[in-house]
Design a protein around this ligand. Sequence first.
Ligand code: ZN
Length: 347
Amino acid sequence: MSKSTSSLPLFPTTVAGSLPKPAWLAEPEKLWGAWKASGDELRQLKEDAALLWLKIEEDAGIDIVTEGEQFRIHFVHGFMEQLGGIDWLKKTKMGIRDNRYVVDVPTVTGPITRKGSVHSHDVRFARAHTKKKLKFTLPGPMTICDTIADAHYGKRADMAMAFAQALNQEARELEALGVDVIQFDEPAFNVFMKDVKEWGVAALEVAAAGLKCTTAVHICYGYGIEANTKWKETLGSQWRQYEEIFPALNASKIQQVSLECQGSKVPISLIEHLKDKTILVGAIDVATKSIETPEAVAAVMREAMKHADKERLQCCTNCGLAPLPRSIAVAKLQALGAGATLLRKTV
Ligand code: ZN
């Protein structure tokens, strides 16, 4: 296992998670495009794609890299597929993210168990091919619960704790394989604010329990897809949902919080509620194909610096770049890297 040998500069750069699948791996410019191969051929293509993105990230000056989620189609299902207690044939119609979209979801019909390792191959592969710090993303327990129907636990909080235990087993295994940052993705956190405080943060802490690597949570207003864009139009001129949950997150053991700032209506002053956390400032908008200038990246970071010490800030993307054309995603990563370089020269 080749360990990370890199040390981090001021304003380290990283990505929130997913990157586009190359056209030879899956249907491009789709969030959950179907694979274009199967079996050994598919495995090979996924590895090629991971290698490609690791190289592109390194060349763009990204300090904490990911495999871009090239090994999975869906950020939640990719994990759940390896768990026991789920009936994939028993589909239930469910309005997820508070009825933002209605989908057929699988159903939990028994105790959740982790049948075996889920992502160890992906991490082993990525770790062997980069000396940069490596981040790996997993779905958060609350977001998993919002993507599956329950016919066993009766209470969402209980089901979340069961998923959190399975996530923790997985996270510990990935940490042992050399992951530097484990990030839990919780887009459900700004939808169910009351639940976040009652059990969402507690479930997240169970998922991250005992980890010695850096732990992060990514919360966001979703990918730049139509359902999300429409929903955002209903949220008013200032998105203050985070104000309600940041105090609970700040009191938690999770070390980093990733949120969207570029082109977003989240008042950046809300990060003042995260005074004990490292903040992954989203400086790249995922809902537009226009490429940020390095100056625009630096400008968002300078705004963040008015509300948090610079030592606690990292330059990040607002969310995953998966649905974007590959060339746009590459250019956005380059802008992120160049923006951080610019910023370091001027502070
Ligand atoms: Zn996101």
